[in-house]
Every structure is written in structure tokens, then in C-alpha cells.
Design a protein around this ligand. Sequence first.
Ligand SMILES: O=C(O)CCC(=O)CC(=O)O
Length: 256
Amino acid sequence: MTTETALHHRIDGPDSAPVLVLGPSLGTDLHLFDAQVDALADRYRILRFDLPGHGGSPVPGGPLTMAGMAEEVIALVDRLGIDRFHYAGVSIGGAIGQQLALDQPRRVLSLAVLASAARFADPGSWPKRAAAVRADGTEAMVPSRPGTWFVRSFAETDEARRLLDMLRATTTEGYAGCCEAISAFDVRERLAEVTVPVLAVAGAEDPATPPEMVRLIAETVAHGRFEVVDDSAHLLNAERPEQVNELLTAHLAATE
Ligand SMILES: O=C(O)CCC(=O)CC(=O)O
């Protein structure tokens, strides 16, 4: 099932440039990618969206699935008159990208997955997390973010506080629904069907999607490249924007 409401989105960059769609992670919003937009919007028309019940997107009206959210992205690009696009996403945003590359191979020009997985760790934990957030709100997730979203030394930065404010602003149902979609997601058996160029990037210190999990994506698809960013955890694009921007720039340029 998918929601029938439109995903909140924002477009930056020249109308005539190649399109890059950016998919954010659980508990964040499209501003997760501000540093990537700063670096890439002179060369790409960047379309960022909010996950259901995150940022400005409406609260989901029913259960969420990765396939359903991929369909919502296709509905969004269709409405905007976009045919083919590059896609990059963080974690669940990268899972939506894998689903798009599998289900809509003609539309996706290239894929970059940051701190993502073909099957997330400990699937049974996600419904429990959804229940905890339904009971106590997303604020309950805040204390566990240092050491997960970013390395502990990053926790006192303004950027870390900005990311935590995104989590606090996420609706309970949006967060819980995405946890359930993550729990059910498993494309390990299909991933070899992906033939577009894939860049898979891991944070060296990420406990949620550790490097070996990200590496599996690069090694399973037909044309994968794997990179690790040092001194970063799950939200590596916010934590180490220069390194991630460099990797994305090279990946996108090689795909044109
Ligand atoms: O919060 C965590 O433990 C990791 C979350 C995750 O892997 C999904 C996401 O960030 O989109």
C-alpha cells in the first residue's frame, strides 16, 4: 500500500540540467542534503523530497512499503514532467533508490546509495522501534543518535543539532511507518538485476549500516563501486560533506 498524497519536494538548479533526485534518511528531511545542493546545483537540477510524515510531506494514510514509496517518487517525477534521472539516497532513501532501479530500470540513469543496505540489520527490531516511537514520540530516539547518526565528537556541532531538530519534527506515524518498511525490505536476491552504475558509500564508523553491508550492494550489482568515508557514521553526507560531494561529483560525471 502507498499513500495517495503528494510528497513534499523542492527543486534547485537549472531547468535544462540533468536531474538528480535525492532521497533522505529515516527521521530527517530534504535539508539533509543542503551541502550536496550547494556543491552540485550549478550542474544538476536537483529534486529533493521528504519521506511520508517527514518534513513537509503528509502523514501516511496506511502502511508504508519501499515499493510504495518508490511509486510515490515516480508519481512525483511524472507530475514534474521528468523522464530519466540520477538518484542518490541515504539509508532508507538509498533503499528507495534500489527499489527504483529494480522496478523502473529505464527511468534511473545512475544510483548512489549512502549508508544503505539491501537488507537492514536485525529486521525484528524495527517493529519494536515503531511501537516505541508510537508510544513515546520521536524525541525518544534523540539520545541514541550520537554514535549512530554521527561520530560522538560531531555531536556538539550546529549541524548535529540541526539534524536532531529534523528528527524531533518528524511525525510519529511517518517515523513508525518507515521503520516497518525497513523491516520488510529485502532485495538481496534481486540486486544483480541492477545494471546502471552504482556508487555505494559507507561511513567507516557507522553501526547501523556498517561498511560490509554497504559493500554487498556494490559487489552484487553489475557495475558497482564501493567507497568508505573515514571518521563518519550513518549521516556521512552531513558529517563529511566535502568527501561525499567529491565522490558524488565523480560518479555523476562518469555516468554522463
Ligand atoms: O537509526 C538507526 O539505527 C539507523 C536508521 C536506518 O538505518 C534507516 C535510515 O537511517 O533511514
